[in-house]
Design a protein. Sequence first.
Length: 365
Amino acid sequence: MASLAHEFTSDQLNSFALQSEAAKNFLKTCIPRAEFLPAYDHQDVITHVELSSDGLILCVVSVDKMVTIWRRNDGFDKWIKQQKFKGHNGAIWRARFAHPSFGNLIATCSIDANIFLFLETPTTKTSRRLNWQHQTTLKYYTSAILDIKFSPAFHGLMLAACTAHGHVIVYEAHDPLNINYFNLIYDIRLGVRLSTLDWNPGRYNESPFLVVGSNATNIPSDKRLTVLEISTQLPTIREAIQFTPLRSSEKIQCVRFAPQISAVYTKVAIATRRKVLIFAFFSEKSGRTERGQVINKPPRLIAEIVDEIQSDIITLQWNSGGAAISVLYDDGAIRIYKQTFGSAFVEIVTVRPPSQLQTSLPKMN
């Protein structure tokens, strides 16, 4: 310790100790155990797994065109398979839950160019048993739909999707109480293959906007990520908002906004094949904006996660507090990184599947 004192100040040593202790406490409380559900019901590659906001419902979709719904039982000690049904005529790519204020509502998208909506309803008027029923189909005749996402609840029941042929489409339920009727309100052509998108969580007095990513080859860096403002007028492509530094060769695997915690800025994680970039959109007027105003300043790079491993990133997810990120790699490992004092993210734990399940995940490009 004497030699360390010559290299670091006492304040720095105290900071390192606090970071270490915080990481230990987070590890104890956040990762008590890992559970592995049987996936043998699916006859092909599982493409996506989505958890409801309350953590009680799990939706699994696959190339085999099937949807499987799992539920936590009342004792919270194991998962029970609730239902399995055919979802599409082609491989299913994504499944997303709507905000619980709209009921237990799931949207799925597929390479068959359709979006299906499923709602959990009682099997009969007098029954307590719940069943998932197909409610409506949103048909899109151009190309495969590769990602979908519901908007924040205070913007209403809107659903955005991106396609392999470079279109961003936005649907809106005219009456959120009647989800059988969605209107296609926007169809924006960006001209490059699109792979992922996410809504800015924002606040009710800000115009909603999307960040859309592309995993196409041989495109300029300014086409990798696009900011789309979704307003009551025409949607606006904000070409002036660029994510720097981002090279043209870096394909975008995943875009995820952190939950809105700060009143000053909004964090977004951008995953490429081998690293995660954390950007922040800073609000004007100390976080206060006029109604309908969108953030105009380019995002600022505040952190970068780079591991010296030879595995590609598949997807990522923030925790509910926006202070930790779980990153899934194609070797099957999930690495969890926590934001420390300042903006740096450090790895605190790696969760690996059992040895018999340790096979490489398929590339989703």
